[in-house]
Design a protein around this ligand. Structure first.
Ligand code: ADP
Ligand code: ZN
Length: 350
């Protein structure tokens, strides 16, 4: 199948797609003096044997995404003699991808790595774009770099072993791509939500591909997230991040929080007179088809607003929201906390 080219200013690379990726990675690795797969304890037993290389296995879960793991991984890589002509293969979800990307960017001032994302969210989003990072007690992804992989290799069939909640997690970003840029994608996905849970590859495969085309274009235009082009990817994320933070990053995974954020931001857009009610209903209809409980009672409003105040995207003490104007078109709006607070009770209504 044809690959998608990401034209990042730091260099172009391909997103390869389909069952033949394992063979392609094996071929690629032949050009290096050695290759090491890094994975986690859930993914390694399932898919590790598809590649004939040694494998280093991390503990699964967000808790592993810390500086300590990087230090351990650097020791491990050095012990195995990985050098400037070695290749590291990240096989796993966002946690593995972020950790390997960051370590590869600093190990011996940077070595080659590729991504084989195995979760839905990593396949459509975090595996592409070159953002790496780990958490510290002070914040999520507080330490990170921009470091594009040498290639991204996606086999959607690995999604068949994902837990249901991980499908929901990915649907957040997929519906987001529809709302920000692609009405046709939005329609297909919302009509086929249950096919995502069943991992019907006839639906899921093309949807992933489309998301990657959109993300590839956006990242190519704004690799380092500085021109505002990439900012539209933050639809659903202003409220979404605030919800994650207000609940200590424990209760909701990222995609769930993004789905909740998309609901709140669509309603906010409507209340501001930017989104007709028919379109709001369509967005709500799609979101409610996802297997997620959209209740907001557990949220502490003060915690949410204090998180909104700390949002990286804020400018001139206003909060940045990427709000839908129609399906396929969003617009940035800067609002004071007071303006948002006025609508809070209405946007969280059941
Ligand atoms: P993300 O959702 O950001 O990609 P993780 O890397 O933490 O986050 O992955 C979520 C969970 O799913 C982890 O427990 C991981 O081990 C597991 N996982 C990843 N890919 C697969 C897969 N293809 N099949 C089964 N479990 C998987
Ligand atoms: Zn996101």
């Amino acid at each position: 199948m044809e690959s998608i080219v990401v034209q990042a200013p730091s260099g172009a690379y391909n997103i390869n797609f389909g069952p033949e990726i394992w063979q392609q990675v094996e071929e690629l690795a032949k050009g290096y003096d050695q290759a090491l797969v890094v994975s986690d304890k859930n993914v390694a037993p399932l898919y590790g044997d598809r590649l004939p290389f040694p494998i280093y296995t991390l503990e699964p879960g967000e808790e592993t995404k810390n500086i300590q793991t990087i230090a351990e991984m650097v020791d491990e890589w050095a012990e195995r003699g990985l050098g400037r002509y070695s290749l590291v293969i990240a096989l796993g979800g966002g946690v593995v991808g972020d950790l390997v990307g960051l370590t590869a960017s600093v190990y011996r001032r940077g070595i080659a790595y590729v991504q084989i994302p195995t979760t839905l969210v990593a396949q459509v989003d975090s595996g592409v774009g070159g953002k790496t990072g780990v958490n510290t007690p002070r914040g999520k992804n507080l330490v990170g770099t921009f470091y594009q992989p040498w290639g991204v290799y996606i086999d959607p069939s690995v999604l068949s072993t994902l837990p249901e909640r991980e499908i929901t997690n990915g649907l957040g970003e997929i519906l987001k791509y529809g709302v920000i840029q692609d009405p046709a994608l939005f329609q297909v996905v919302q009509e086929h939500i249950s096919d995502f849970y069943d991992v019907d590859l006839r639906i899921v495969g093309p949807a992933i591909r489309r998301c990657l085309e959109i993300k590839g274009d956006i990242v190519g235009a704004d690799e380092l997230d500085e021109q505002g082009v990439r900012r539209i990817l933050n639809h659903g994320h202003t409220f979404g991040h605030a919800i994650e933070k207000a609940t200590g990053f424990k209760r909701h995974n990222h995609g769930e929080a993004v789905l909740m954020g998309m609901l709140l931001e669509a309603r906010l857009s409507h209340l501001l007179g930017m989104l007709p009610s028919a379109v709001l209903q369509e967005i709500e209809g799609a979101l409610f088809r996802v297997r997620l409980d959209y209740s907001f009672e557990h949220l502490d409003k003060d915690e949410v607003f204090s998180a909104l105040h700390e949002d990286k995207k804020n400018r001139a003490s206003k909060i940045s929201f990427i709000l839908p104007r129609e399906i396929g078109r969003v617009e940035e709006v800067l609002l004071s906390a007071g303006e948002v607070e006025k609508y809070w009770n209405e946007v969280i209504r059941p």
